[in-house]
Ligand binder design. Sequence first.
Ligand code: 9MR
Length: 470
Amino acid sequence: MNLVVLACAIGLLGAVGAKPSGHGAWQERFITDSQGRALILYGLNTSSSSKYSADGMPWIKQADVAAEYNTLGTDFVRYLIQWSDVEPEPGVYDDHYLAEVRQRIGWYQAQGYQVLLDMHQDVYGAAVGGNGAPGWATDSGGLAATVQSPWEMTYVQPGVTHAYDEFWGTRTDHPEYQQQYVAAWTHVASYFARNNTVLGYDLMNEPWGGSVQGPAFETGPLAHLYQNAIDAIRTVDPNHWIFVEPEAATTNYGLPSALPKLDDPRTATPGAEARIGYAPHLYPAPIDSGGTYSGTDQYLTDRTLASWQTQVQRTAARMDAPVLMGEWGLDATQDGAHLYVDHIQTLLDTMMIGSAYWSSDPGSWSPWKAPGKPSDIADVLATAYPRAIAGQPVDFSYDKSTLELTMDWNDKAGVTGSTDVYLPPGDFPDGGDVQLNGDYKAKWDASRHILSLTVKATPGVTHHLVITPT
Ligand code: 9MR
């Protein structure tokens, strides 16, 4: 999103660029599964098309999910839902809509995916030229809300600012809007509380504060909404992960977030860890506006990536939250697009975090030229990665020039199961040769392209793995 224009307009952009830290276990917290394994999630956003379709459903059919696995080997989807579809009338929830969502979650389940439900919004809601909030929860104050180009500039239309100010409580005519948003989330969470394919909930896409911006917004109304939503969701769903996003107009470009640590009521149960994750987006300005990854654009982009890493690590440490990059992407037909994808994959590996690429919608940003027809970028997006690590990850990387995947991890009490690595058929047509210290058993699933390693615990010894093509 090209909010850089907007951030400049409101004076939020300062100097970017900071030293990236290198490999290493900068984070203690990982997103974990029921066996305690660290999950490295890798997938797509599905989909932008849901914003505009009559039934709120994405473009995909069941066969497209199978094709996605066969082409990309992904294990994760950030699945868009909308408040306007969940609650078309105040207090009236559309469970038919949620049943349709559940059916699609079933398609992902059949392919072994985890699903993050993202309550999407851009520019507040359809009544003011965006998507997300229902018309009944939109008070533009009768002010203008004319769609602009680029679309992000619509955020500063006066009617849009008014609508956000009513929602955040900056204006006080409609305190019920925010309570209804929290209640809608509680309904969704209670609907999916026992669904194991659902990883968790992304409370709000790319938050925007209306007339309150920056730290005042993130530490004020945004943190307040998040804490209320977390507390309410935990009354119906003690287990799923809850993800929060920072203010997008700053952090998408590598600027700092001021989000404070949020409390997870599940920690009241002895031994239960907080399950709150941090899910920022990444759109360096030149890439966001559809530019190339070359020349000065590349220079500015690289500076943004370094700053993004530093800032995200700081925020995640403050929040004691694992990180999942909720969106990144580019017009993959532009010069240098392949290099940019390589660069982001290296950044993801360095940080040992997962991500969802924007987006699956067939077109120039997508791995699909048309449904079932991969674009050139699909080959680059399909990469080797550890899906689940049975212990505490220390380090991993995949070198695309030597086709060598290396990984280090330590044993961790209470973690069971295998360490699973996806090896794309393009690079590993016959699977991989394993070098690993200690006792282990390897199993190659040739149809799923997953190498599973069951390793005997060796206290005090770091497991060091190298995989090369057979
Ligand atoms: O790519 C999307 C574009 O087609 C839409 O017009 C726009 C407004 O809804 O949203 C774009 O998707 C954005 C997403 O919703 C939020 N993060 C940035 C995405 C790319 O701009």
